[in-house]
Design a protein around this ligand. Structure first.
Ligand code: G
Ligand code: G
Ligand code: NA
Ligand code: MN
Length: 253
């Protein structure tokens, strides 16, 4: 359990760092971008994962501070990669607590201008569960971000409620199939049928699909044969430091 003061210190002293998990084109194996996942470099307890502190961040209303700290580091990373000739995008996670803040859109658009980052280099990933809360501002902010040119992804697809109506209601470019559907895809007909249905739906709606949690080659091969374009998972790469991500990009070029 974190004290609020500990969280504030983390926010003020820049203890939150993005780790980067690569996303791949399933056919070529090339990296198409990275998902940024927050880690807390805690002064005494080591590297902490979101599960250890995200709820506390939300309840202490520090979501926008966390987002802002992540976003600045991500913009700087995009600029570094641009300089090295790596044309990548980075996807940042955000939840309803962030979208519902009226300052969220200005924060994002100012960030792009200040760091001279193209809007299409930044993707934003939203969980289904955060849409369920139906904050009044969420839809408005998502539409503004989309207008700005930012790609939007619906995360953990299939695990929430009323997910089909969300596809119609919000301007998503990508659907991320939750890893719970991928884990048994090679030996469970039902899971396979669900994934197939999601792929068909996405195609009909002109959306692209990213399969999460790919842990072996069999899963990759099957998803590819089913027409899935993009993937993410331990088989391709675990969340890693910026230096490791840069190394991975260097090796592929
Ligand atoms: O790595 P993993 O334990 O890395 O991430 C667990 C969860 O934490 C994911 O579901 C992801 O959506 C969430 N998460 C990761 N980074 C961030 C972040 O920067 N902001 C928010 N709001 N959620 C995040
Ligand atoms: O909610 P979100 O999907 O953003 O969270 C992603 C979470 O899944 C992170 O905690 C990340 O570390 C984890 N993850 C990423 N790839 C894999 C994988 O191949 N297998 C498993 N079990 N977890 C993964
Ligand atoms: Na995510
Ligand atoms: Mn996810």
């Amino acid at each position: 359990i974190q004290l609020e003061s500990e969280l504030r210190a983390a926010t003020n002293e820049g203890q939150f760092v993005p780790y980067y998990q690569p996303k791949f084109a399933l056919d070529t194996g090339m990296i198409t971008g990275f998902e940024a996942l927050v880690r807390w470099q805690h002064p005494t307890r080591g590297l902490l994962k979101p599960i250890d502190f995200i709820d506390a961040i939300i309840s202490h209303k520090l979501s926008l501070e966390l987002f802002s700290q992540m976003a600045v580091q991500i913009a700087e990373q995009l600029t570094i990669w641009q300089g090295l000739g790596f044309d990548q995008h980075i996807c940042i996670n955000a939840d309803a607590a962030e979208f519902s803040n009226p300052d969220f859109f200005d924060l994002v658009s100012n960030l792009l201008i200040e760091h001279d980052v193209a809007a299409n280099q930044l993707h934003i990933e939203v969980t289904e569960s955060s849409l369920i809360q139906r904050h009044a501002n969420v839809k408005k902010q998502l539409n503004l971000l989309k207008k700005l040119g930012i790609c939007l992804a619906l995360d953990d697809f299939g695990t929430g409620y009323a997910s089909l109506s969300y596809l119609q209601e919000y301007p998503f470019d990508f659907i991320k199939i939750d890893k719970s559907f991928i884990s048994k895809i090679t030996d469970d007909r039902t899971q396979r049928a669900i994934v197939k249905a999601i792929l068909d739906l996405a195609e009909a709606l002109d959306m692209q699909v990213i399969a999460e949690g790919i842990e072996n080659e069999q899963q990759r091969d099957l998803l590819l044969s089913m027409g899935c374009q993009y993937g993410q998972g331990y088989w391709f790469g675990k969340p890693m430091t910026a230096e490791q991500a840069t190394q991975m990009l260097t090796q592929q070029h």
